[in-house]
Design a protein around this ligand. Structure first.
Ligand SMILES: C[S@@+](CC[C@H](N)C(=O)[O-])C[C@H]1O[C@@H](n2cnc3c(N)ncnc32)[C@H](O)[C@@H]1O
Length: 250
């Protein structure tokens, strides 16, 4: 069992406190309005700490989020909304015995699926859980941007009232597999007694080209409705790290 996000989960919301979930949710709900108006139910794959799910529920949707990390689900469950629920499940193998109008998978969750078998299985699962004409919206790392920009070592420093978190990301590139293994080292310092604890996690990420996703979609019962830069809607370029795909069940 892959254990990434087990330790990372405790610092996840702090590390991504600058991420604009409201803007992202508005963007996704606009896509739903355009590509499958009148949708009411959403299945969210890799729901994390539930940020998008609660905001989508505020817009009137009923959402079930599935997520592999029980630690992330425990954080999500601290908030309550009768139209939102979470289950600990792996997106490569789940059977919920219900169907949805829309499936979403946001913030590069699909890039965590690094082998073809997991991708095909996940897309087939999504297909099986969608209603007629249901759509699947997800964002992934974009191969041309990865080749153009080449991921480098990066450091992010964040502080809450009680702790300081320093996250170092050290990427290892496996170009023949379209995978970048991001090695995180996270140092957490308690601000009152200055004690420091360090944790490490590996996050292997796969990047994709449009023809690769089209082929995957075609082979699993979907057609590609549209693809664009996540959030801006621009045509993806070599500077576009995150590309959004909108597939329709056929
Ligand atoms: C970068 S986080 C994104 C979380 C959330 N969607 C957000 O936008 O904050 C990636 C999430 O995908 C989950 N994940 C990765 N692979 C998964 C799998 N096979 N099944 C279920 N969840 C998975 C991780 O546990 C993690 O919570």
């Amino acid at each position: 069992m892959n254990e990434n996000f087990k330790l990372y989960s405790q610092y996840y919301d702090l590390l991504y406190q600058d991420k604009n979930y409201v803007q992202e949710t508005n963007y996704v709900s606009r896509l739903i309005e355009i590509y499958r108006p009148k949708s009411k139910t959403i299945l969210e794959l890799g729901a994390g700490t539930g940020k998008h799910a609660f905001l989508l529920a505020d817009k009137g949707y009923t959402i079930l989020g599935i997520e592999r990390s029980k630690e992330m689900v425990a954080i999500a469950n601290q908030q309550k909304n009768e139209n939102v629920s979470f289950e600990v499940a792996d997106i490569t193998e789940f059977n919920l015995k219900q169907t949805f109008d829309v499936a979403t998978s946001l913030f590069h969750v699909i890039s965590y699926l690094t082998d073809n078998e997991s991708l095909i299985q996940t897309f087939k699962n999504v297909h099986q859980h969608l209603n007629e004409d249901g759509i699947f919206i997800f964002d992934v790392w974009h191969s041309s941007a990865v080749y153009h920009q080449i991921p480098e070592k990066r450091t992010k420093i964040l502080q809450s009232n009680t702790i300081e978190v320093i996250r170092k990301a050290n990427p290892v590139i496996y170009s023949e597999k379209n995978i970048v293994e991001v090695n995180y080292e996270i140092a957490i310092t308690n601000l009152s007694d200055k004690s420091t604890n360090t944790i490490a996690e590996k996050h292997p990420m796969r990047h994709f080209s449009r023809p690769e996703i089209e082929l995957l979609a075609y082979g699993t019962g979907f057609k590609l409705l549209s693809t664009e830069e996540f959030l801006t809607g621009s045509v993806p370029s070599t500077n576009t790290w995150g590309v959004c795909y909108i597939l329709k069940k056929i």
